[in-house]
Ligand binder design. Structure first.
Ligand SMILES: Cc1cc2nc3c(=O)[nH]c(=O)nc-3n(C[C@H](O)[C@H](O)[C@H](O)COP(=O)(O)O)c2cc1C
Length: 223
């Protein structure tokens, strides 16, 4: 697939077939994605590829904590509420997803169910947990590098017929992920990527998010 075609075709996948992903395919994806650029070529990332029973334990732990009302705790500070255009875009994608799923605004049960699916990483067969060394804090530039790796991972996966969704929901209870994925204490958990073969019948997978006109966020200087 042409790169321009690939980057435009990829979309987040939130429904998966219960079909295992061969380890060799994940290895191939990582071999491609590791060519991502990083600040001073530090390559500050670790990728913990989790499946099977450990991933199920993470799903259960996340779910139990969220049901009990345990406040989310990530390994890095994060703004919890967005304003203005950012809030609007956040709401717009939620509306697109709920509309596709036929979930009404006042249907609290199904909305909660959807959120819980997120904490289970959409029941994907695999999760890639991305971490970096704690001593790198304040780690904005390393976190940026992990972002570059993430995009390469999801594109390399898409090229191989695998869907994915980069998700914060899966690592919001970082202690749960740390315990069941065996993440060393000297690493910070940044993000996870749920991955698997897309369930083409899952309606939320048909959602195509929108993008701003470049004219609204680009300035050309000195042209
Ligand atoms: C850092 C990051 C965190 C995300 N967290 C979640 C999440 O917790 N749950 C979710 O459903 N999608 C999550 N997403 C997916 C975004 O909602 C999605 O990328 C965005 O709406 C654009 O849609 P697209 O990926 O289909 O192009 C996340 C994406 C990124 C990059």
């Amino acid at each position: 697939m042409e790169f321009s075609e690939l980057i435009k075709a990829r979309k987040s996948v939130r429904g998966y077939l219960p079909k295992p992903v061969p380890r060799e395919v994940i290895e191939e994806i990582i071999e491609v994605a590791k060519w991502s650029p990083s600040s001073m070529n530090t390559q500050p990332w670790y990728v913990h590829v989790v499946t099977g029973e450990p991933l199920d334990r993470i799903r259960r732990g996340n779910t139990e904590n969220m049901v009990k009302g345990v406040p989310p705790k990530r390994d890095f500070p994060m703004k919890e509420a967005y304003d203005g255009i950012h809030r609007k875009r956040q709401v717009d994608i939620a509306i697109q997803l709920f509309d596709a799923m036929g979930i009404a605004r006042d249907d609290k049960e199904r909305r909660t169910d959807w959120v819980m699916r997120g904490f289970r990483q959409f029941d994907a067969p695999v999760s890639l947990v991305l971490t970096y060394d704690k001593y790198l804090e304040p780690a904005a530039i390393s976190q940026f590098d992990l972002g570059a790796l993430s995009h390469a991972l999801v594109l390399a996966a898409w090229e191989r017929g695998l869907g994915s969704v980069i998700n914060g929901q899966g690592i919001m209870q970082s202690a749960v992920v740390r315990e069941h994925a065996g993440i060393p204490d000297d690493q910070n958990i940044m993000i996870c990527i749920a991955m698997g073969y897309p369930d083409e019948d899952f309606v939320a997978n048909s959602v195509k998010s929108v993008r701003e006109d470049a004219a609204n966020f680009v300035r050309y200087v000195g042209f």
